[in-house]
Write a protein that binds this ligand. Structure first.
Ligand code: HEM
Length: 410
């Protein structure tokens, strides 16, 4: 098996290259820029199996040495700290249960009116008939405002979070990027510790009950009263929720709007029948998902993937967006089809680490597209698609999203 290099026009359109890889095999050895190789899984069936395979560990202690040397993970944790996305059972099961209890479907549903209100305010502030950046004006502020309010983080701090979060998830290997990543982790940890301390004090003063409305308070109760997680885990989970809560949904709105603008028939159908929006959200997630590749996994035993042995100790990367265009699973996978039956895409992952925020993301996506198209049915791109800037990432890239999306609203 040959090592594969990335390159060319990968950011603008990764799909032709993914199609070639998928045709050639379910798994490929790819070069990373960090002095080691990874195994990239490209087909749907194998991707789904890998996401559910306990032999593929999420714990940084199992990660290959070259990733540690590049500063992407430390022995205990990655730059995001100790959290459920970077651990295996039984810790994962415990943390997921604790956070899941605080992050209930009821809590999410109760947010509907507030998400609608935030959406309406953002859209009302956008001028019609002139060029606006939909990322800056809508796709970014919506999810960050929602997750900040849900956690109980002052919304006024959201620009600081944007910088920290971007630095935290950058995987480029240049020393200055590494330094920024480490500085962001320290700054964000310090900020969140302060917030937790302040909340603890307030809860003591007010003799708050367990019915505190925000998630930070709920997690403090879980930690302090029930001993269900320690302080490092508490901060790690808050960091994960903040980053996961806004770095992804922004791309659902951005990539999704772009896909619709490039498929006028589908856009027209949605404008005519907003009842199709929930199905459209699923199809947009499949068609050009916000998380291009699942977070890193390491084989802790030899694992056979479609006849290829992935040796124990290897880094494994599941190419979600590639798997979601697999013709063996989806008919006419490169078409946007709102009536696609049985749309079990992998955009939210699969198995034990399936996205905890999926109900929130789906709700935000449904409200965002319904309101955007309801108010601006004549929305159009303000530049040729080839001129659009995608956020640049390294070959270890995980997220896929636009830097800006210039549109004219009407
Ligand atoms: C995990 C995608 C929104 C919180 C994941 C994973 C994916 C994903 C693919 C699994 C990664 C892996 O297995 O390596 C998405 C997409 C979103 C989105 C496409 C938006 C459209 C959110 C939101 C939140 C969130 C809004 C929270 C506020 C989480 C958490 C995990 C996770 C906590 C870790 C779950 C675990 O390890 O058990 N997400 N996500 N996500 N997501 Fe999301």
């Amino acid at each position: 098996m040959q090592a594969e290099h990335e390159g060319g026009n990968h950011m603008a359109d990764p799909y032709p290259k993914y199609a070639r890889l998928r045709e050639r095999g379910a798994v490929h050895r790819v070069r990373t820029p960090f002095g080691g190789d990874a195994y990239l899984i490209t087909r749907y069936a194998e991707a789904r199996a890998a996401l559910n395979d306990p032999r593929l560990s999420k714990h940084p202690k199992n990660a290959p040495a070259f990733l540690r040397e590049a500063g992407l993970v430390t022995g205990d944790a990655g730059p995001l700290g100790v959290n459920m996305l970077s651990c295996d059972p039984p810790d994962h099961t415990r943390l997921r249960r604790v956070i899941g209890k605080a992050f209930t479907a009821r809590r999410v549903l109760a947010l509907r009116p507030r998400i609608q209100e935030i959406t309406d305010d953002l859209l009302a502030a956008l001028p019609a008939g002139e060029e606006v950046d939909l990322i800056e004006g809508f796709a970014f502020p919506l999810p960050i405002t929602v997750i900040s309010e849900m956690l109980g983080v002052p919304v006024s701090d959201r620009d600081r979070f944007r910088t920290w979060s971007r630095d935290l998830i950058s995987t480029a290997s240049a020393p200055e990027v590494r330094q920024r990543r480490e500085a962001a982790a320290t700054a964000l940890t310090g900020y969140l510790s302060g917030l937790v301390a302040e909340r603890r004090e307030r809860m003591d003063r007010e003799l708050a009950s367990e019915a505190q409305p925000d998630l930070i308070s709920a997690l403090i109760v879980a930690a302090d009263r029930h001993g269900e997680l320690d302080e490092t885990e508490l901060l790690g989970e808050l960091m994960l929720l903040l980053v996961a809560g806004h770095e992804t949904t922004v791309n659902l709105i951005g990539n999704g709007t772009l896909a619709l603008l490039r498929a006028p028939d589908v856009l027209g159908a949605l404008v005519a029948d907003p009842g199709l929006v929930p199905a459209a959200v699923e199809e947009l997630l499949r068609y050009d998902g916000p998380v291009e590749r699942a977070t890193l996994r390491t084989a802790v035993e030899d694992v056979d993937v479609d006849g290829v042995t992935v040796p124990s100790g290897s880094l494994v990367v599941v190419a979600l967006n590639c798997a979601d265009r697999d013709p063996a699973r989806f008919d006419r996978p490169d078409e946007l089809d709102l009536a696609r039956p049985d749309n079990q895409h992998l955009a939210f992952g699969h198995g034990p680490h399936f996205c905890l925020g999926a109900p929130l993301a789906r709700l935000e996506g449904t409200i965002a597209f319904t309101s955007l198209l309801g108010r601006f049915p004549g929305i159009r791109l303000a530049c040729p698609p080839e001129r659009l800037q995608w956020r640049s990432q390294s070959a270890m890239m995980i997220l896929r999203g636009l830097e800006t999306l210039p549109v004219i609203l009407g």
